[in-house]
Structure formats: structure tokens, C-alpha cells
Design a protein around this ligand. Structure first.
Ligand SMILES: Cc1ncc(COP(=O)(O)O)c(C=O)c1O
Length: 365
């Protein structure tokens, strides 16, 4: 028996976006715009920062496993606390779902080029990982439903989707759901929920509350708390009870929980973040189109651009780096011809456009 199971030995590790410091050092730059990880360019919710400072005196004590945040969320959504879970980011909950529900013979089903975090977690479990192609850069829910087999245990759907920024509609989800057997668990990853929720076509999974659907949300995006690691999930109490058996008992941390509770109440920060993002999306979309680039219309806080091939995409990414703009190459997602650009501050968006103009011209030569 090998020491390292084949599923782990063959795995390409998740590579987070380049850090500002490393790019500054490598290219000798003073200002670097990080538009690579769909973070909030306004920083963290000020209320969350205050709450974390206020929780410092409790750091000698073990946390309560997210109980307080679960209670707050249960009240906010009119649920029982038994329907809510909190974790160190939504990825931690995703990891627990994989550990809790998958057996060796099960298979996981999702779209091609799905969120890389999910791909790595699912593949590390060593089960069969199956995908269906995008349809015009949207989840093809009809094809996904048709691809379900006896062995399908988990279907992963991100809505809005990372990296395409697209959504599937209520109508599409309703038609899809009717075709999914009850024994199949659907993960509805709504990390970018806040950016899409006002679109009347968007299916907020909390309106459905199906017994085989787990909704995942996060404080990493609109609340600006990616660095503290705090996320949450909603599901039937039996699913949550089993997830709680597997979850590390003391996550999320005391500071993360305090930040999450305070951030939820910071409506003003969310409002300002949405405005900045909408402005950024409009600007980036219009300017990229004017440059003749293939841009996918987005409902999130980033846009995906498709190049004729992977070589051009890689050249553009590298050229942007030398100009102090970090964007996300999507080769690891399985889409080498595409890159993803998060919205930034107004200044960083302008900087990105100027750099992109140069990079595109250079890449075409
Ligand atoms: C679709 C999707 N799900 C989950 C996450 C991870 O969220 P968290 O920081 O809560 O683990 C991300 C982050 O990029 C994401 O894009």
C-alpha cells in the first residue's frame, strides 16, 4: 500500500492568488492592485473590526463552536438553530460536507471549470468527479440532471458561479430540481449571493428550503472578512446534525464569530460595497468590450474574459503583473484561455484598464 493515496498523490494543490507583497518584490513596484481573489476592495466592515477588538479579552477561552452566530442567523431567517452551521469560511463547511456524506463508491457531479476550491476538496476524497460542459458560460442544468446516475451523491452548484459570474434562474432551478432524486444532496454555494439577490430572476435558495439542499454563504466577499475565515450554511436539521459530528469543535474562532455577527448588522457597509461593485462592473465590462475582448456578463464582483487561446491569456496575465495588476489565470480551473478580474477601488479599476489596454496590444502582436 502506498503511503500517499493515489487521489492525493495526483492532486494539484489549490493555489491562492499572488500576494501584493510578492508582486511588489518581484517586479520592484510600489503600488499593486490585487484583483485576483474576489475580495472586497473597501476593506472589512468597520463594525466587524470593532467587534473583533471588543472580543480580544476572551482569547484565552475556547470558542463556542459558532453557537452565537448560528442563533443570530436562525433568528434572522426564521429558522431553528439546528438548521444552521458556522465554520472557518464556507470552504470549511464544504470540506465537512465531503467528509460527512461521501462513500468510496459515490460520485460528485458539477459543471466543467467549477470553483477550484470545490474541485480540490472533492478530488481529494478520491471519489469519481464528473462534469458537464458549460452552455454559453452558464451551468447547463438540463445536462446536469440528465447526467445523474445511481452513484451520484452530491451535485455542486455555485450561484452566482465562480469563475464565470453567471447565474441560473429560478425557472431553470425549478425544472432541474424536479429531476433530482431525494437521495442526492445539492450544495448551493451562494458565496456571491448579496451581489445577485436583487435580480428578480435569481433563485435565493432560502425561499425553497428543500430537505436535500445545503446552502452555503460567506463573510469573505461583500463583508470584507476573507482574512478571518468565517462562513455559514443552512440545511435540514438532520444534515446539520451529521455535519456537526465531523466539524472541528472549536471553529469558527472567537474573533471570526464576533466579526460575522457584527458584519451582518452593517447594512451601510454592504450598501456602499454593492454600489462600488456595480460601478466597477459597468466600467470593466464596457471598457473590455470596447477593447474587443470576449467578456461574460457578471452578477458577482468579478468578470471573466475569454481569449482565443491559453497562450494569449497567460501572456496577458504576466504582462498585467509587470504593470502591478494581479488577476486570476483560470488554467487551474480547467479554463486556460480565460482570466478572471475582480472589481477593485475606482482607482484600481482605472489602473487595470490602462494596463489591460497595453497588455492586449502586446499579446496580439
Ligand atoms: C464560489 C465560492 N465558494 C466559496 C468560496 C470560499 O469562501 P470562503 O472564504 O468562505 O471559504 C469562494 C471564494 O472565492 C467562492 O468563489
Amino acid at each position: 500500500m502506498p503511503l500517499v493515496p493515489p487521489a492525493i498523490a495526483g492532486l494539484t494543490p489549490y493555489e491562492p492568488g499572488r500576494s501584493i507583497e510578492s508582486v511588489q518584490r518581484e517586479y520592484g513596484l510600489t503600488h499593486v492592485a490585487k484583483l485576483a481573489s474576489n475580495e472586497n476592495p473597501m476593506g472589512a466592515s468597520p463594525r466587524a473590526l470593532e467587534a473583533m477588538a471588543g472580543a480580544m479579552h476572551q482569547l484565552n477561552l475556547y470558542p463556542d463552536g459558532g453557537r452565537k452566530l448560528r442563533e443570530v442567523l436562525a433568528r434572522a431567517y426564521d429558522l431553528k438553530v439546528e438548521n444552521v452551521i458556522a465554520g472557518s469560511g464556507s470552504e470549511s463547511i464544504m470540506s465537512n460536507i465531503i467528509r460527512t456524506f461521501l462513500c468510496d463508491e459515490d460520485e460528485v457531479l458539477t459543471t466543467e471549470g467549477a470553483f477550484i476550491g470545490f474541485q480540490v476538496l472533492a478530488k481529494s476524497r478520491g471519489v469519481r468527479y464528473r462534469t458537464v460542459p458549460y452552455r454559453n458560460w452558464h451551468y447547463d442544468l438540463t445536462a446536469l440532471a440528465a447526467a445523474i446516475t445511481e452513484r451520484t451523491k452530491i451535485i455542486y452548484l455555485a450561484n452566482p458561479n465562480n469563475p464565470t459570474g453567471t447565474i441560473f434562474t429560478r425557472q431553470e432551478f425549478d425544472a432541474f430540481y424536479k429531476r433530482v432524486p431525494e437521495r442526492v444532496l445539492i450544495i448551493l454555494d451562494e458565496a456571491y449571493f448579496e451581489y445577485a439577490k436583487d435580480n428578480p430572476r435569481y433563485p435565493d435558495s432560502m425561499h425553497y428550503r428543500y430537505d436535500n439542499v445545503i446552502t452555503l454563504r460567506t463573510f469573505s466577499k461583500i463583508y470584507g472578512l476573507a482574512g478571518v475565515r468565517i462562513g455559514y450554511g443552512f440545511a435540514h436539521e438532520e444534515l446539520i446534525a451529521n455535519l456537526l459530528k465531523v466539524k472541528l469543535p472549536f471553529e469558527p474562532s472567537t474573533l471570526a464569530q464576533a466579526a460575522g455577527i457584527a458584519a451582518l448588522a452593517d447594512k451601510e457597509f454592504v450598501h456602499r460595497s454593492l454600489e462600488l461593485n456595480a460601478r466597477g462592473l459597468r466600467l470593466l465590462m464596457a471598457a473590455f468590450q470596447e477593447m474587443g475582448l470576449q467578456v461574460v456578463p457578471s452578477e458577482a464582483n468579478f468578470v471573466m474574459v475569454e481569449f482565443p487561446d491559453g497562450i494569449q491569456a497567460a501572456r496577458v496575465v504576466e504582462d498585467l503583473l509587470t504593470q502591478g495588476v494581479i488577476v486570476r489565470p483560470l488554467k487551474a480551473f480547467g479554463l486556460p484561455q480565460c482570466i478572471r478580474i475582480s472589481t477593485g477601488t475606482d482607482e484600481d479599476n482605472e489602473r487595470c484598464l490602462a494596463a489591460m489596454q497595453k497588455a492586449v496590444l502586446a499579446a496580439r502582436v
